[in-house]
Design a protein around this ligand. Structure first.
Ligand code: C2E
Ligand code: MG
Ligand code: MG
Ligand code: MG
Length: 281
């Protein structure tokens, strides 16, 4: 069984095209069923202020609790969801349930932000801004505390993309560029689109203490972001040294295993004092 290949993950890419397509179809059916039977759950990774260590927000990260395969990471099924179009329903589900959850935590502290990943197919859906508006209304989630994470490749300057971005901004919702520095967008677009956050991709952080030039690149990204009035978030911080250096370079926020892995809502409540925004365990 594929599951036994280790790590609690499974490999959908077996050899042979027929076999591959069969698995894709099975996975797609399983995924459709997962949506109906509530097997999709959201984990939350803390984003902290690097200079104070206090909690700023959570990133919502979807997981699939598969009855036989165990916890399946998003990298294994988001591509299938994208191809089949299921990503629209999945995305709405993740948005709504995470807004509902963090809204509950607002009874302890009203400042807690929430970041939700948006895939290209959701983003290009002309109804997307309306969907976001509906979710904000249903959950009573404050728009200014919601951050939608898009990637560089989604920052097109065609009129439809610009309209969608503007409608989202009109709602008061913030936008972040995820995995910044790994895509092939032209930097000039950053000057035209109203972006609030740049998330420096984990690959830079991983290398920063090993290859000195990477540190210069990070410094350049931070300076550019700050000059454009954007806030900086470093992804994938695993070592104290990375955190200290990033703070010194002017990066205000960060997330990574050093602070916490993504946790279930219950685990978050056991690990953090949400009223004071500090880790207690
Ligand atoms: P992402 O948005 O860049 O999320 C960060 C990923 O890095 C997460 O993986 C997180 O668990 C992992 N990570 C965080 N800190 C560290 C660290 O210190 N070290 C290492 N090695 N990894 C770290 P995850 O949860 O497997 O998600 C992978 C990707 O799947 C996400 O990358 C995002 O692009 C996508 N994704 C997750 N949830 C959703 C969702 O609800 N909708 C959509 N469209 N995509 C999602
Ligand atoms: Mg993200
Ligand atoms: Mg990222
Ligand atoms: Mg990333």
């Amino acid at each position: 069984r594929a599951k036994d290949q280790g790590g609690g993950t499974f490999n959908i890419f077996s050899n042979g095209t027929d076999e591959y397509e069969k698995k894709q179809l099975m996975l797609e059916n399983d995924l459709r069923n997962a949506l109906e039977t509530e097997q999709l759950i959201v984990h939350y990774q803390p984003v902290v202020d690097l200079s104070t260590g206090r909690l700023k927000s959570f990133e919502a990260l979807v997981r699939w609790e598969h009855p036989e395969l165990g916890l399946v990471p998003p990298g294994e099924f988001i591509p299938v969801a994208e191809r089949s179009g299921l990503i629209n329903d999945i995305g709405t589900r993740v948005l709504e349930s995470s807004c509902r959850q963090v809204r509950r935590w607002h009874s302890a502290n009203e400042q807690i932000g929430l970041a939700v990943n948006v895939s290209i197919r959701q983003f290009r859906n002309p109804h997307f801004p309306n969907l976001v508006k509906d979710v904000l209304e249903i959950t009573q989630f404050p728009a200014h505390l919601l951050i939608l994470e898009i990637t560089e490749s989604m920052m097109q300057d065609d009129s439809e993309s610009v309209r969608i971005i503007e409608e989202i901004r009109t709602l008061g919702v913030k936008l972040a560029i995820d995995d910044f520095g790994t895509g092939y967008s032209s930097l000039s677009k950053l000057g035209f689109l109203p972006i609030d956050y740049l998330k420096i991709d984990r690959s830079f952080i991983t290398e920063m203490l090993i290859h000195a030039p990477i540190q210069s690149i990070i410094q350049t990204i931070i300076d550019m972001g700050r000059n454009l009035d954007m806030e900086l978030i470093a992804e994938g911080i695993e070592e104290e040294g990375q955190s200290l250096l990033l703070a010194e370079c002017g990066c205000q926020f960060g997330q990574g295993y050093l602070f916490s892995k993504p946790l279930s809502a219950e685990e978050i409540e056991m690990t953090y004092s949400l009223s004071t925004l500090v880790k207690v365990k």
